[in-house]
Design a protein around this ligand. Structure first.
Ligand code: SAM
Length: 268
C-alpha cells in the first residue's frame, strides 16, 4: 500500500468507532429509517431500484445501505477493516444484508470488484482529499463501470478547500494546485464528527484541483458530463454558516456566495 495511504488507514482505524457513536452520523436515526443521502445526490443519481451500485470509500456503510434501502444491489469498498466490519454489522441490524456487501480494499488499486460491472459507481463527501493517486482511483472507476452506466461524484468543491475553516471570513490557507507533497497533520486536532474527540493519529491529505480530477478520469477513458456547482455545503465550512431545513449549510445573508459543492457524472 502507498505510504500515505498506510498512514491514513491508521487514522481511519482510530476515528471510525468515534464516528459510529457520534450524533453527526446518527446510526440510531438510520436504523429507525432515516436516509443518510441528501437531496442533491438522490436527485442526480435517480432511481436505483434493481441497479448494481458500487460505493467507493463507503466508510461504515450508511450511504451504501441507504442506496440499498432504495432498491439497489449495493457494494461498498473501503480500506478500513474497522469500517467494513461495522458496515456488515449495520447491514444485518438494518435487515439489508441480502442487498449490500462490503469489501475491504484501497480504491486506488481495487481492480475489478465482484458483483459488477456496475450501473452506478458512486462516491461522496470526503473522498479524493484522502488519495495520493488519482490515476489509480480513475482506473478503478473505469474497470467497474458498465458501458451504459455512470460514475457520480459529489464532494466539497476543491476551490472551497483552500480556505481556513476556522476563520470568520474566507481566508486562503491551502494551495489550490497540488504542490506534490500532502498536508501532514500530526494529531491533536478535533475530529470532524465529534469535536470533543482529539485525534492521536497522523494523517495526510491532498488538494486536487477540478482539472486534476477531470484529467485523471479522462486518462482512464471516461467522459465527464453534468457538472454542477452549489453555493451551499454539506457541513459547516465557515463559522457564519447555518443549517437550513433541507439539511444543507448556507452562509449568512449578504455574504458573497462561494462554490461549496462540486457534483458531476462521467461515463465510459
Ligand atoms: C469521510 S469518509 C467518506 C464516506 C462518506 N461520505 C461518509 O462520511 O460516511 C472517507 C472514507 O474513505 C476511506 N478511505 C480513505 N482513503 C482510502 C483509500 N485509499 N481506499 C479506500 N478507502 C479509503 C476511509 O476509510 C473513510 O471510510
Amino acid at each position: 500500500m502507498n505510504e500515505h495511504h498506510a498512514v491514513n488507514r491508521r487514522w481511519w482505524a482510530e476515528v471510525t468507532p468515534v464516528h459510529a457513536a457520534s450524533a453527526f452520523y446518527d446510526v440510531k436515526g438510520f436504523l429507525a429509517g432515516r436516509s443518510a443521502l441528501g437531496a442533491v445526490e438522490r436527485q442526480a443519481v435517480g432511481d436505483v431500484s434493481g441497479k448494481r451500485l458500487l460505493h467507493l470509500q463507503c466508510h461504515f456503510g450508511l450511504d451504501t445501505l441507504s442506496w440499498a434501502r432504495l432498491g439497489a444491489a449495493a457494494v461498498g469498498v473501503d480500506f478500513s477493516a474497522e469500517a467494513t466490519t461495522m458496515a456488515r454489522d449495520l447491514a444485518r441490524r438494518a435487515g439489508l444484508a441480502g442487498r449490500a456487501r462490503f469489501v475491504e480494499g484501497d480504491v486506488t488499486a481495487a481492480g475489478t470488484v465482484e458483483g459488477g460491472p456496475f450501473d452506478v459507481v458512486f462516491t461522496s463527501f470526503g473522498t479524493v482529499v484522502w488519495l495520493a493517486d488519482l490515476d489509480g482511483w480513475a482506473e478503478t472507476i473505469a474497470a467497474n463501470l458498465s458501458p451504459g452506466g455512470f460514475f457520480y461524484f459529489l464532494d466539497a468543491h476543491p476551490a472551497a478547500t483552500m480556505f481556513d475553516e476556522e476563520a470568520e471570513e474566507p481566508t486562503i490557507a491551502y494551495d489550490y494546485f497540488q504542490a506534490g507533497e500532502p498536508v501532514r497533520e500530526q494529531g491533536g486536532g478535533a475530529d470532524y464528527a465529534d469535536r470533543s474527540y482529539r485525534i492521536r493519529s497522523e494523517s495526510r491529505s491532498f488538494t486536487w484541483s477540478v482539472s486534476a480530477i477531470f484529467s485523471a478520469l479522462e486518462a482512464a477513458g471516461l467522459t465527464v458530463f453534468e457538472v454542477r456547482e452549489y453555493p451551499f455545503g454539506a457541513w459547516r465550512q465557515f463559522p457564519d454558516m447555518t443549517k437550513a431545513a433541507d439539511g444543507y449549510w448556507r452562509r449568512r445573508d449578504g455574504a458573497k456566495p462561494l462554490p461549496l459543492l462540486l457534483g458531476f457524472k462521467a461515463r465510459r
